[in-house]
Design a protein around this ligand. Structure first.
Ligand SMILES: Cc1cc2nc3c(=O)[nH]c(=O)nc-3n(C[C@H](O)[C@H](O)[C@H](O)COP(=O)(O)O)c2cc1C
Length: 376
């Protein structure tokens, strides 16, 4: 291994005592390839097994905790006990390769396509549609329904424990239900779940408390609980960097094992809400967190040099998303001093070679500019 990449391969012990073997993790990525009933398909298992052998931790695609939280066709579900055997196979596919397996748990809220949820009813904090063409106006959740969803996050955590996962990541990012409660765009409530910045934190914090209580009750060994968030929203009103720093200040004292910021570009800078718009979001977050909890950073990391520079900022882990699809042997190549051999483009004939499920491959090929696709 090239000496300058040594730090990427240093171990890290999470607050709960679980040791991760290096600083590279796989970012959660939906693969659109589960069976229509929400059970896991062979293609997904093969996909995980193919790319879990070098990284220290794999965060799975998001899985819905309740039927009305389904957000993607071909999404795997974790909302019923009969899903546990399939979930167990996902956990094993990852753990057999020597990585920790973390299940990302979520509810799509107003982003759920009506055709995927019971009666076509989509829900959010308030009856405000997302600012995208063709989005349906969601129904505002009642307090009873909110309680039911909080309970469902707890039940899904129990299933993750029973299925043999090493942890769960609570998906509070990318515009889904938890973020919809924190956002002043989608949360116009006047009850205890909305009305002020602090009250908009109530729902995500209640989910964290529920998940942690289930872990305390059911886990027989240390179980990882992480939380993912998006730092800003483009809408007005929308989450600002200042809102996020206030939230992160609270999250950092919640006894979580990590925080995970969702970014398209690792070194991106804030839009609004803070004084110095030239300082990166990661720098702001690390300053606020002040070593209270490890932070995972992500966003357009392709080369070993990209990862080294990212780790140098002070994050505990660097997550690879698209790049680990493009090159499943990324970690081995760096470990063996072959970082020059890392592939950074995809060719349309590589689906089988890269072990990518068909649903995901079709998306990759059809969404222009998303992945670095080249013709031979
Ligand atoms: C195919 C695909 C599916 C994704 N699905 C999820 C998901 O299920 N949950 C999530 O939090 N983020 C999801 N993301 C976002 C990634 O986790 C990551 O934050 C983003 O791709 C930026 O990292 P990258 O530049 O390394 O790809 C997805 C991204 C891609 C490319």
């Amino acid at each position: 291994m090239n000496e300058k990449y040594k730090e990427l391969f240093s171990t890290y012990t999470l607050p709960n005592g679980v040791e991760l073997k290096n600083r590279i993790v796989i970012a959660p990525m939906t693969h659109y390839s589960s069976n229509p009933d929400g059970t896991v398909s062979e293609d997904e298992l093969n996909y995980y097994a193919r790319r879990s052998h070098g990284v220290s931790m794999v965060i799975t695609a998001c899985t819905n905790v309740i039927a009305n939280g389904k957000g993607f066709p071909g999404q795997f579900a974790a909302n019923r006990d009969e899903m546990i055997p399939g979930l167990s196979r996902v956990a094993s596919a990852i753990k057999d390769q020597g990585a920790k397996a973390v299940l990302q748990i979520y509810h799509g809220g107003r982003m759920s396509p009506p055709e995927l949820v019971p009666n076509g009813d989509i829900y959010s904090a308030s009856a405000v549609p997302a600012e995208r063409p063709g989005m349906q106006t969601p129904k505002a959740l009642t307090e009873d329904q909110i309680e039911e969803i909080i309970e469902a996050f707890g039940e899904t955590t129990r299933r993750a424990i029973e299925a043999g996962f090493d942890g769960v990541e609570i998906h509070g990012a990318n515009g889904y239900l938890l973020q919809q409660f924190f956002s002043p765009h989608s949360n116009r409530r006047e009850d205890r779940y909305g009305g002020s910045l602090e009250k908009r934190m109530t729902f995500p914090l209640a989910i964290i408390d529920k998940v942690k209580s289930v872990v305390a009750e059911h886990a027989k060994s240390p179980f990882i609980v992480g939380y993912r968030f998006s730092p800003e929203e483009p809408e007005t009103p929308g989450i600002t960097m200042a809102d996020t720093l206030a939230f992160v200040d609270v999250l950092a004292d919640k006894g979580l094992d990590y925080l995970h910021v969702s970014l398209g570009e690792f070194h991106s800078t804030p839009r609004v809400g803070v004084e110095d718009l030239s300082k990166s979001r990661i720098e702001y977050l690390l300053e606020t967190i002040n070593h209270r909890v490890p932070l995972i950073g992500v966003g357009s990391i392709k080369t070993a040099e990209d990862a080294r520079k990212a780790l140098e900022t002070g994050v505990a882990f660097v997550a690879l998303g698209r790049e680990i699809i493009v090159d499943p042997d990324w970690v081995q190549k760096v470990e063996e001093g072959r970082e020059n051999e890392i592939a950074t483009v995809l060719y349309p004939d590589q689906q089988e070679e890269l072990v990518v499920p068909t649903g995901l491959w079709k998306r990759i090929m059809s969404v222009k500019g998303w992945f670095p696709v080249q013709e031979r």
